[in-house]
Design a protein around this ligand. Structure first.
Ligand code: AHM
Ligand code: MG
Length: 355
């Protein structure tokens, strides 16, 4: 049995430093910001791995801006990231899915030129049952002509295409960090005995097409008929054996997207009659995940347009999400836009279309 699987021992520290050298004008501020984030991730990973032993399972007794019950790990992750950020002084504004508006930074600390948005603990409902959960982050560079001016909320309302970096940590069978600075997607695995993230996949590429779909199908009766038709199509066996697709759904967007990045296929959270704009938050979840998927060669859409082109109107805005393998997402878009031949009754001749 191989004891060391990483062929080249590249730590995240070294990787960040090497990336910095690719940008001759880099001041090092961005690298320091990433290092501060890594420290927060290590602290969160430690608490997650001991959940059950420490007093961190269960609810805080409060609700967040979406009216959802806040879990103790949610609150812990939120606090740790803020603390790691405010003392580093590399950000001028931070916003979290768990709180309303901009988070006030400590007075008297230096301010940097970056804006950070994050979802501290994605997949909260999975925390107490030891299923994968995640942390998502999204970084922008401030554009304001006066760097000393107070940051306003509207400065964060920028399309996802302007992100300078995005990533997530998936706390699963191992802790994995996946991030991109716009130069492909790199995957790191955490060694808890050393406290180090090691590069395990360089320039991850998503397959052009997969054989798995991931969606909360319990909402099917609330979907638009086009979404139901698409899922029905995925479940219908085809002569070329390309279908049926297998259903995989964890209920943590990070984990479902992580699987899609490796195996291909499609992850979706469509609009439904209870959530007319879908459930995933554009700025905290959809944009960073879309950035990663595109950087890995995939496609990310709200069914009609590229997610990264959406101009947000509020920090809490939600969007329908279809992301994954480029051919699968293009096919989902064809269904939503009623241009797929299957909707016109063009099916494989030997198959009966299910109702
Ligand atoms: P959270 O960040 O508050 O935990 O919620 C977002 C999660 C996503 O990770 C996941 O895709 C979705 O909500 C699951 O929703 P549902 O339980 O409706 O399937
Ligand atoms: Mg989330």
């Amino acid at each position: 049995m191989a004891i060391v699987t990483a062929q080249r021992l590249i730590t995240i520290e070294r990787h960040i430093a090497e990336q910095e050298h690719l940008h001759p004008h880099a001041t090092g501020e961005f690298s320091r910001l990433l290092r501060d984030l890594m420290l927060a991730f290590r602290l969160i990973a430690r608490e997650v791995s001991r959940a059950g032993l420490n007093d961190i399972l269960g609810l805080t007794g409060t609700t967040n801006v979406y009216g959802e019950a806040v879990r103790k790990l949610d609150a812990y992750a939120h606090e740790v990231i803020i603390r790691a950020m405010e003392y580093g002084g590399h950000v001028c504004a931070i916003a979290s899915e768990e709180s309303e508006g901009l988070i006030p930074l400590a007075n008297g600390r230096p301010r940097g030129k970056y804006l950070l948005l994050f979802d501290p603990l994605d997949g909260s409902s999975n925390i107490d049952v030891n299923a994968p959960i995640g942390t998502i982050f999204s970084i922008y560079r401030r554009k304001h002509p006066d760097p000393s001016a107070e940051v306003t909320e509207t400065e964060l309302l920028r399309p996802g295409s302007e992100q300078v970096a995005a990533g997530y940590v998936c706390y699963g069978s191992s802790v994995t960090l996946v991030y991109s600075t716009g130069n492909g997607v790199d995957v790191f695995t955490y060694d808890p005995t050393l406290g180090e993230f090691f590069l395990t996949i360089e320039k991850l590429r998503i397959p052009r097409r997969g054989k798995q779909y991931s969606v909360n199908e319990g909402n099917a009766k609330r979907w638009a008929p086009e979404v139901r038709q698409y899922v029905d199509y995925l479940k219908t066996p085809s002569e070329d054996k390309r279908r049926p697709y297998a259903l995989r759904y964890i209920g943590t967007a990070v984990a479902d997207v992580h699987r899609a990045l490796h195996y291909g296929g499609i992850f979706m959270y469509p609009a439904d009659s209870a959530n007319p704009s879908g459930k995933l938050r554009l700025l905290y979840e959809a944009n960073p995940l879309a950035f990663l998927v595109e950087q890995a060669g995939g496609r990310a859409s709200d069914g009609y347009r590229r997610i990264l082109d959406i101009l947000p109107e509020s920090l809490r805005q939600c969007t329908p999400v279809f992301l994954g393998s480029p051919d699968d997402v293009a096919e989902a878009e064809a269904f939503l836009q009623r241009r797929h031949p299957w909707q016109q009754g063009v099916t494989e001749p030997h198959l009966q279309r299910s109702q």
